[in-house]
Design a protein around this ligand. Structure first.
Ligand code: SF4
Ligand code: SF4
Length: 417
């Protein structure tokens, strides 16, 4: 098949081979309850969390996998193709599933440079898995929320037990086998109380170079189908207790920034700090949340359903199914383009006139459920936190911007202290 979109931007899909299934029951998880949205039964779910014996009988089947890999490679216009395996917990699919992934990528690759990343809670990592991840050069994203106390506050298994020790064992194995990995952490109501313990754990104990911190914000709304979380247009829904509050988010990131800007610039890369500096420099940040428009990263569920974004896996945002719709048709079509532009077009006046718009862009639309002071809808729940943060970091960002424009490294900012 020839692609009819020769000048299009890179096409990117995050695949969920085990759908929303997970071996854990993290209290703040927004994805577990997506099980109710799926038309296709997730066989084997009753056996969870015992993975042994599940085999590959649930989630994405081999026919769909082959179609996805073939189509995804075929429609790419660039020589580099990135596959991302996400969840739920993608390692609920056995290693043999991913060994087949590699064989199919080799078969359909036709000279493309293919890379893979997998986002996991790390519990199922074994020497065999790590050998595979190392040999195939996969990048692993590990979900961990800080020190044992911080992590175990919400990241628990189905029996209510903390999972930190098991995650740390997985990280130890990754290190032993030389697997490349990054940390993905949430900032929530619990770990927000001790930002320095949080940051120093990643820097000094895990020796993390790249740290992505995502604020947890959910609202409660009971649905007749058993779901508990609200979606964007639900009104008057209470904030879930595990959510980080706006001011907490602002002070949390300021405290981490103060430590980073004195000691770690150029050594540790914190996604929000990089994105803020990108905003100061007028270049595209590496993350959709702080970009002018939404990203073009769609999500494909285990049954082939494709949605606009991981945070908008709702029926209204379904773009089609890979069995019946082409990927370019879904990802470059009117519906997805409208979704992407909505981020900028729906900004309230307060954001459009904001001093920090260049770095914030109203953050993620999923959190725009507040009204502005003059009653206009669409203000981000975390706005007050971002105001605190941007105001605090502005002098340092100005300095780093000047250093970069003069051809010097941003790490020169550390000389100020
Ligand atoms: S809705 Fe949020 S997470 Fe999704 S693409 Fe837009 S900014 Fe990114
Ligand atoms: S800081 Fe607040 S007002 Fe400014 S762009 Fe961000 S969300 Fe909008």
């Amino acid at each position: 098949m020839n692609c009819a979109y020769p000048f299009a931007r890179p096409l990117y899909v995050m695949a969920k081979p085990a759908g929303p299934l997970c071996n854990l029951r993290c209290q703040y998880c927004y994805y577990l309850e997506k099980r109710t949205l799926s038309n296709s039964p997730l066989k084997g779910e009753d056996s969870l969390p015992l993975r042994e014996g599940l085999g590959g009988s649930f989630g994405m089947n081999s026919l769909l996998l082959e179609q996805y890999i073939r189509d995804y490679i075929q429609v790419q216009q660039m020589p580099d193709v990135l596959f991302t395996w996400h969840g739920g917990e993608p390692m609920l699919k056995p290693l043999s599933f991913y060994q087949r992934v590699v064989r199919l990528q080799q078969y359909y690759g036709r000279g493309k440079r293919i890379s893979n990343s997998i986002q996991t809670n790390g519990i199922y990592l074994t020497p065999e898995w790590c050998q595979f991840l190392h040999d195939e050069g996969w990048l692993v994203g590990i979900s961990i929320d800080g020190t044992q106390e911080q992590h175990d506050a919400y990241r628990r298994d189905a029996q209510g037990n903390g999972t930190w020790e098991r995650v740390m064992n997985g990280i130890k194995l990754l290190n032993e086998y030389g697997v490349e990995w990054n940390a993905m952490a949430t900032a929530n109501h619990y770990n927000a109380q001790d930002p320095l313990a949080f940051y120093r754990f990643f820097r000094d104990e895990l020796h993390c170079k790249y740290l992505q911190i995502s604020p947890v914000v959910e609202r409660i709304k009971e649905h007749s189908d058993g779901r508990h979380l609200a979606q964007l247009f639900d009104e008057d829904c209470p904030i879930a207790p595990f959510s980080i509050r706006p001011e907490e988010w602002g002070h949390f990131m300021c405290a981490i920034f103060d430590e980073w800007v004195r000691k770690d610039v150029g050594e540790v890369f914190v996604q929000l700090f990089d994105a803020t500096l990108a905003g100061w420099m007028g270049v595209e940040p590496g993350v959709c949340v702080y970009a002018e428009e939404c990203g073009h990263a769609a999500v494909m569920e285990h049954n082939g359903d494709v949605y606009s974004c991981d945070h908008f896996v709702f029926p209204e945002y379904k773009l089609g199914n890979i069995r019946t719709h082409g990927l370019p048709q879904m990802l470059y079509g009117t519906k997805q383009n409208r979704f992407s532009r909505m981020k900028k077009e729906a900004l309230p006046r307060q954001c459009r006139q904001c001093l920090w718009l260049k770095a914030c862009h109203g953050e993620c639309p999923r959190l725009r459920f507040l009204k502005t002071a003059d009653g206009e809808p669409g203000l981000n729940y975390l706005c007050a936190g971002y105001q605190i943060f941007f105001h605090h970091v502005a002098p340092y960002m100005d300095y780093m911007q000047r250093e970069l424009l003069a051809g010097r490294p941003a790490s020169g900012v550390m000389k100020l202290f």
